[in-house]
Design a binder for this molecule. Structure first.
Ligand code: FAD
Length: 360
């Protein structure tokens, strides 16, 4: 990289990977702009009540920890082995990181990147700031760390919306609702369809089973596409015990059908029709090829997320990192390795590694 003119990196998204990428870019000598359409780690804020399954030490980098301790050596941070919630991770690490001297001047919250286009040298970004003013920014490199959390997948078969889903979407819970906490009254004593068979659905089914113990009228139809007797595949020798515990608990609920729960594997949905706000749903589909239909009061769709492909430029200089780079199973530590590789590529120094392995 030319010392005379530091090149500019635009980081889209101030989630954990965007913030770490920005820090790395600064440490590598680039000029940086980080944009987030919300606040710092806005997606994690939305699932803040959920306990993470990787310990804090795996979720933070040596660069991040050093930046925080440089400014405030007495700062209290979680221990490396602590299993903390999304909210605790955000409050103890991500927000302070965004507010460090290194990042604060680069960070633009409430600022959405609407479009990115390539020009002869670098990129042009159409950006909309908090009060709606639009402008053009430029960058030599773009790191797209915008995640997928705000674009859930469709509920219907073949990856398209079910009949009625487009209208019903605002009534459906696509995220991990805080069922033990602030959303308890919304679900207690209700009939609920839960669709999905990943770790988010596992978190939800465990919370609903606990709710059914307290409120016995609660009834759950757990609908999954897979043919498996156990909805969550267990990872052999899973290094993350919390993740394994979650899979075991959810599988046990499915196989025992405890907790006022009916488990319906091999089931796809064709229709999800809302009867209006708080007026319930009719859902219909096929289970093992046979037609099924239910009337339920609530629908929770934990069916995963898809990348927003409107924001994507093919070719050199534009890198997709973080949750957006994978269909499922993304871990923060994968993102830290992506960051290392991206900067090795753009500096042309294959050996560049700014992480201190011993400290991480
Ligand atoms: C419930 C849950 C629990 C998880 N637990 C773990 C765990 O224990 N361990 C682990 O390693 N991983 C875990 N993950 C997976 C993954 O690490 C997280 O999803 C993580 O938040 C991904 O970070 P990210 O920076 O790629 O994206 P995100 O955290 O999704 O951040 C993207 C950011 O981009 C912003 N943005 C989006 N579009 C725009 C735009 N157009 N312009 C400007 N800004 C934009 C958003 O506001 C957001 O702040 C979990 C995921 C979920 C959903």
């Amino acid at each position: 990289m030319s010392k005379a003119a530091p090149q500019k990196v635009a980081v889209l998204g101030a989630g954990p990977i965007g913030l770490e990428a920005a820090l790395y870019a600064k440490a590598a000598g680039f000029t940086v702009a980080v944009y987030d359409r919300g606040a710092i780690a806005d997606h994690i804020r939305q699932w803040g009540h959920v306990r993470m399954f990787t310990p804090f030490g795996v979720n933070a980098t040596s660069l991040g920890l050093k930046a925080l301790l440089r400014e405030k050596p007495n700062r209290t941070l979680p221990a490396a082995t602590d299993i903390i919630t999304g909210r605790e991770f955000r409050d103890a690490y991500l927000v302070p990181l965004g507010e460090t001297e290194q990042l604060l001047e680069s960070l633009q919250q409430e600022t959405t990147v609407l479009h990115v286009g390539r020009v002869t040298k670098g990129f042009r970004l159409l950006v909309r700031a908090a009060k709606g003013q639009e402008r053009i920014d430029t960058a030599d490199f773009v790191l797209d760390c915008t995640g997928t959390f705000s674009t859930p997948k469709w509920l219907g078969d073949a990856g398209i919306p079910a009949v009625g889903e487009l209208t019903a979407r605002s009534q459906i819970a696509f995220n991990i609702d805080d069922i033990p906490g602030e959303r308890k009254a919304h679900y207690a004593g209700r009939s609920i369809a839960l669709i999905g068979d990943g770790y988010s659905a596992a978190t939800t089914i465990c919370a609903l089973a606990a709710l059914a113990v307290e409120h016995s009228a609660t009834w759950v139809f757990w609908i999954t596409r897979g043919a498996r007797g156990q909805p969550l595949p267990r990872i052999a020798n899973d290094p993350f015990k919390e993740r394994d515990r979650l899979a075991v608990k959810a599988n046990s609920l499915a196989t025992r059908c405890d907790g006022n729960l009916e488990f319906h594997p091999q089931t796809v949905l064709d229709e999800v029709v809302s009867h209006g706000p708080d007026k319930g749903f009719s859902i219909a589909g096929r289970s093992n090829g046979k037609p099924i239909s239910y009337s339920v009061e609530r629908v929770i769709a934990n069916v995963g997320y898809r990348p927003d492909l409107n924001l994507r430029v093919e070719g050199p200089g534009y890198f997709v990192l973080g949750a957006k780079s994978r269909d499922a199973g993304f871990l923060l530590r994968d993102g830290f390795e992506q960051i290392r590789q991206v900067f090795a590529t753009i500096t042309g120094n294959a050996r560049l590694d700014l992480y201190d392995k011993k400290a991480a």
